[in-house]
Design a protein around this ligand. Structure first.
Ligand code: DGY
Length: 422
């Protein structure tokens, strides 16, 4: 069997192995439920060899949508005792048990890609007719609930909502959050070495926020007013912008019109105007913002490059980012590190503080391409390919050694590989 064929076979087998009656767990044990952005990325992989299964993944995810339009970050479809914090700690009373926060909505971008790739047009049209209204409600929710003052920049309430949980960008904002004092048993450390996971001080604060949402009965107004952690996450904002642009393109193609669509058009315009609030002229980079202290989270992370994916950077900013990407790639043996390897907070092996993530590289490469930097995009892709060829399908990779870290047999890594290899 040729090398690529073997890799494709292995990647497909990972998706089969992680399939739990219609949805895909990121990896068994460590993450035994359905995660929002994992599910979306995973559908991209399924699409390469099983179209119905790709649509099914997304339908499962949307089955957990709240009445207000929010699609949660984790859906606890079935019970499992290998993960903490589970549904009891989150305390939501929805039909499909879930967390009460969301995740970067790359889902809509993936739906547009599936729509364009689909060979079975009848199935595509049937699925899209079901999915599209939910996506519109999801996007309206982001702008209504998470930007009640119409600033153009949505607010995020938990590092887990960014998906980049342990990024050094959140350090000072998270330090201001109280720590829970009750005892709890982490499960992640039963699966993964502590050197690759967040510290207890961070978990204490993650859990404080989870309890805070529950104590506020998930009321949007109260949470917006009182939450001790509020951030304009540049990654989430960029992915939302890309996704809303893609949603509008889909609606146009399908002749879906009306006030909701007009309102989404206004929102993308507002974000485009507001994004400079997250740009630092001095360091020529985009950062997230801590809204409690009203200051930029000045650690360079891969989140800043995603503004290219969201078509939010202007030409001058895009040029600086493309140049920065090249420098960044040459500063660590494997690229793109999730934290700038020249930053003092860079840790090449610890969760989101340095390692390389395939799905982020995929978005960075697309963003570079969209902005006319095809050569740099190709370089990112090439460097990403090396990782799964060398170290197989891990959750993330050490930016210095290229070794696989976190969960093994990981769905989104397999899915991006399938998307690229096929
Ligand atoms: C975890 O539990 O580490 C997850 O990343 C939360 O989404």
């Amino acid at each position: 069997m040729k090398n690529n064929e073997k890799l494709i076979e292995q990647a497909k087998n990972i998706l089969y192995k992680n399939d739990v009656d219609g949805y895909t767990v990121p990896t068994h044990g460590l993450y035994p439920f359905q995660w929002n952005w994992d599910a979306a990325i995973t559908a991209l992989g399924w699409m390469k060899f099983d179209e119905p299964r790709a649509w099914q993944e997304l339908e499962f995810l949307i089955s957990g949508q709240w009445e207000d339009g929010m699609i949660p970050h984790i859906l606890f479809h079935k019970e499992s005792d290998t993960y903490f914090p589970g549904p009891d700690v989150w305390g939501s009373d929805k039909l499909v048990k879930s967390t009460s926060i969301s995740q970067p909505p790359v889902l809509t971008t993936i739906v547009k890609m599936l729509f364009e790739e689909a060979k079975d047009a009848e199935l595509r049209d049937e699925k899209l007719a079901k999915i599209l209204p939910s996506l519109i409600q999801y996007h309206l929710w982001w702008y209504r609930d998470r930007d009640p003052e119409t600033t153009g920049l949505v607010v995020s309430y938990h590092p887990w909502e960014s998906g980049m949980d342990n990024s050094p960008a959140w350090d000072s904002a998270l330090d201001a959050v109280p720590q829970v004092t009750w005892e709890y048993q982490r499960q992640d450390l039963n699966h993964i070495d502590a050197s690759e996971r967040p510290h207890k001080e961070q978990y204490d604060r993650y859990l404080y926020l989870v309890e805070f949402f529950k104590n506020k009965h998930f009321d949007s107004n109260d949470i917006y007013r009182d939450c001790p952690y509020k951030a304009n996450d540049v990654s989430l904002i960029s992915i939302l912008q890309r996704a809303t642009l893609d949603l509008l393109a889909l609606c146009k193609q399908l002749n879906v019109t009306g006030p909701d669509i007009e309102s989404l058009k206004v929102s993308v315009g507002l974000t485009k105007n507001a994004i400079n609030d997250l740009w630092c002229e001095e360091t020529s980079f985009f950062y997230s913002k801590d809204l409690i202290t009203n200051s930029l989270c000045k650690v360079k992370t891969n989140a800043g490059f995603l503004t290219l994916f969201g078509e939010l950077a202007n030409d001058e900013q895009a040029e600086k980012l493309a140049k920065e990407a090249v420098e960044w790639m040459s500063a660590s043996a494997y690229a793109m590190a999730s934290t700038d390897p020249r930053e003092s907070k860079y840790e090449p092996q610890r969760y989101w503080r340095g390692p390389v993530w395939l799905h982020i590289n995929w978005m960075i490469a697309l963003g570079l391409e969209l902005n006319g930097y095809s050569e740099t995009a190709a370089q990112v892709k090439e460097k990403t390919d090396i990782l799964f060829k060398k170290s197989k399908y891990f959750e993330y990779f050490n930016a210095e050694t290229g070794e696989g870290c976190g969960g093994d047999n990981f769905s989104w890594t397999a899915a991006i590989a399938l998307h690229w290899l096929l």
